[in-house]
Design a protein around this ligand. Structure first.
Ligand code: SGN
Ligand code: CA
Length: 548
């Protein structure tokens, strides 16, 4: 025995240094998943926008890969997060719309990552109704939608505290603190959940006005008249009609509270909640949180003065010009983009900080960096803001990944992938077996082949539910192939739509019902039925059976 040991020892000590490095490189990769809110791919340089400045997001694409056809399966916030965590469609994980509490006790891939020896954390926006509980080792989340300025955070001890500053900067600080204090013996999986670029698009002070000199071109479909597309006509998310000049564009909005206003609010909250009771410290803190609760009211005096000065100028100009009709709608569009993209700048700046952290700590080589959004967003296409529809801008979401040991810099994937594929992909990377009821498919093979000769799904299934509020988008399901999109709206409106994405990438011409396309429709319906059965979407199956 002794001699065997001796032999092994001398054999190992004779190995060249490279072989020992190979051993070290076999360490499982760390994973940072930066997950923003409502950030449209059209707003990113790497996706072709020449007017925006997103050097750090672009850096992930240049040093890694960009997906051109990464799609969500239900284009809103909570459901998309539930898709990510479960690797399942909404009808299977039970979280169909932004309401109620997501069932945290079901199988979540983050919990399985712990079996792969990963230390896990979620920091930032979560927005699933329930708290993360033991789904992550550590967490610190924004309650609900969270605030841009001086946000409250709930931590894994269930304590809620207000933190002074701008949300994106604070989330980065928490994320780097967590990495500083993590268990350095283990690989880590960290989700950085961003609030930007969600409505009401309130930028950080340093980003106010950064796009004021840019005149954004109107998207080709800005004046869409929605002919032969009833559901598209029926929404409540147009820049012209639904976007609020005061609350969204902050014209005549009031930021912060004067001492008198705060005192009056405090008095009425105490009266209402506690009567004449003497408050303990915890209750006092709860009252203070309520006093400064509004998105705009909670700015402290110093912040309020600067933000107010910026929007006062805009209000002055708006009042003086007295715009109406098209001029007003186009002005709203310009103001919307300027604020939206300014909040996106806080994302890019902070992604830069995270990448620098990895460089400075020698972590870049063995850490996978992923940047994605919970869904896409309309930046004036079809005259809209918001998301929800299966149409391209809200169906597709940005997805970039840097994985130095596997992906060649500058790779672009054309293949379709879905947000339910994240869970199995990350499990495979972590070396954990994928539960059989996960509905997504790992795309690790695609990453490893740098996209060459790998076929992923030929048609992607989608199902959206939330109705009627907010934004009044008819529930629908459908499929997208490389060439076509077939959609069935079934509540609110009861219609089919067909688009030829090659001839009509803007999805303006609904071809459903045209004789010439009967065969195509039949083939697509067959595929749709196949997927509805495969994913066991019984509500959709019922509707399809009625239609026949
Ligand atoms: C809020 C917004 C909506 C938005 C939903 C869902 N209105 O209700 O515009 O669609 O959130 O967004 S707001 O005036 O309160 O901002 S999601 O990203 O969380 O799904
Ligand atoms: Ca969202």
């Amino acid at each position: 025995m002794k001699s065997v040991f001796l032999f092994l020892f001398s054999a190992i000590s004779m190995l060249p240094i490279g072989a020992i490095q190979v051993k070290a490189q076999e360490k499982k990769p760390n994973i940072i998943f930066i997950f923003s809110d409502d950030h449209a791919y059209q707003a990113i340089g790497a996706y072709g926008n020449k007017l925006v400045n997103t050097p750090n997001i672009d850096r992930i694409a240049n040093e890694g890969a960009l997906f051109e056809n990464f799609m969500v399966t239900n284009s809103i916030c909570g459901p998309s997060r539930a898709n990510l965590l479960t690797g399942k469609y909404s009808h299977k994980n039970g979280y169909l719309a932004n309401e109620g509490k997501f069932d945290i006790n079901q199988t979540l891939f983050s919990r399985l990552m712990k079996q792969g020896d990963y230390q896990t954390a979620w920091i930032g926006k979560w927005h699933l109704g329930s708290l993360p509980g033991n789904a992550f080792d550590d967490w610190k989340i924004l309650p609900g939608q969270g605030y841009y300025y001086n946000p409250d955070f709930i931590d894994s001890k269930n304590d809620t505290t207000r933190h002074e500053g701008y949300v994106t900067d604070i989330i980065t600080e928490f994320a780097t603190d967590w990495m500083d204090n993590r268990d350095k013996e283990k690989p880590f999986f960290l989700v950085v959940g961003e609030k930007a670029t969600h409505r009401e698009w309130l930028p950080a002070i340093e980003d106010l006005g950064i796009y004021d000199d840019v005149e954004f071109p109107l998207p080709e479909t800005f004046y869409d008249t929605y002919e032969n597309r009833k559901a598209a006509a029926d929404q409540d998310m147009s820049i012209e009609k639904s976007m609020r000049i005061s609350d969204d564009l902050k014209v005549h909005a009031k930021f912060g509270l004067s001492d008198e206003e705060a005192a009056a609010k405090r008095k009425s909250i105490i009266q209402r909640r506690y009567g004449n009771k003497v408050l303990n410290d915890r209750e006092k803190q709860a009252v203070e949180r309520l006093v400064y609760q509004g998105m705009y009211e909670r700015l402290n005096k110093e912040q309020a003065a600067k933000v107010q000065a910026y929007y006062d100028e805009i209000a002055k100009d708006h009042d003086a010009k007295k715009r109406s009709g098209k001029a007003l709608t186009e002005w709203k569009y310009q103001r919307y983009l300027k604020d939206y993209l300014a909040t996106a700048n806080s994302l890019d700046r902070n992604i830069g900080k995270l990448l620098a952290y990895l460089d400075q700590h020698g972590l870049a080589e063995n850490t996978i960096v992923i940047y994605g959004s919970d869904q896409g967003f309309y930046l004036g296409e079809h005259g809209w803001f918001d998301k929800r529809f299966i149409y391209q801008e809200s169906l597709k979401t940005p997805f970039l990944i840097r994985y130095p040991k596997v992906i060649k810099p500058g790779t672009r994937f054309k293949q379709q992938a879905l947000n339910i594929d994240w869970a199995p992909t990350l499990l495979e990377i972590a070396g954990v077996s994928v539960p059989s009821d996960i509905q997504g498919t790992s795309f690790l093979n695609l990453l490893k082949a740098n996209g060459k000769n790998v076929v992923t799904r030929e048609a992607s299934y989608y199902h959206y539910y939330e109705f009627p509020q907010p934004h009044h988008v008819s529930p629908h399901f459908g499929i997208t192939t490389a060439r076509y999109k077939l959609i069935r709206f079934y509540k609110g409106q009861d219609t089919w739509e067909l688009y030829d994405l090659k001839k009509d990438p803007n999805e303006l011409h609904n071809l459903y019902g045209q004789k010439k396309y009967e065969k195509t429709v039949q083939q697509l319906k067959n595929k749709l039925k196949e997927l509805v059965i495969e994913y066991d979407d019984q509500d959709a199956a019922k509707i399809l059976n009625q239609a026949d």
